[in-house]
Design a protein around this ligand. Structure first.
Ligand code: FES
Ligand code: FES
Length: 164
């Protein structure tokens, strides 16, 4: 099938892209736009490493959605979380609470965690568990990740960054 043009805003930058109906949002983020922070894992919706945000700051599994569906839309990837060189509060929390090891899952886990914080600035355990149910980390485990999410509001208050 012939490719179709879409207009997609990524991290505030507008891209005009020719995409086929075979390409996922993940495909174009990594190969057409060149932002490789978003990882390719299972590609079946089971691991969450491909998570990005839609315009409402909600988590989206980019491996499961066709690129053509994102014409005239806006997304945020892990590269778009920092602001003027300063990490988002959730990113600082992951560093300060040692919530990563190899780092492969980290972009997707951080984006999923940020989506939780967007909805619940001081989330309960149940809200964290529900929001993080779709992401898998094979080396750090989820205890440190949850600790980082629980404490993000303190870092936001301390540093005066947006963080939510
Ligand atoms: S790569 Fe998308 S959920 Fe695993
Ligand atoms: S930090 Fe290695 S898979 Fe999560």
């Amino acid at each position: 099938m012939a490719k179709q043009q879409i207009s997609l805003t990524v991290n505030g930058d507008l891209y005009e892209l020719l995409v086929s109906d075979q390409q996922t949002l993940l495909d174009i983020i990594r190969t057409e736009i060149g932002l490789t922070g978003t990882k390719r894992g299972c590609t079946t919706g089971a691991c969450g490493v491909c998570t990005v945000h839609n315009a409402d700051g909600e988590a989206v599994l980019s491996c499961l959605t066709h690129a053509l569906e994102w014409d005239q839309e806006s997304i945020t990837t892990i590269e778009g979380l920092e602001s003027d060189g300063e990490l988002d509060a959730i990113q600082k929390a992951f560093v300060e609470y040692h919530a990563l090891q190899c780092g492969f899952c980290t972009p997707g886990v951080v984006m999923s965690a940020k989506a939780v914080i967007n909805k619940y600035p001081e989330p309960t355990e149940e809200q964290i568990n529900a929001g993080m149910a779709g992401v898998l980390c094979r080396c750090t485990g989820h205890i440190k990740v949850k600790e980082a999410i629980r404490n993000t509001h303190k870092i936001r208050a301390r540093d005066g960054v947006k963080g939510a």
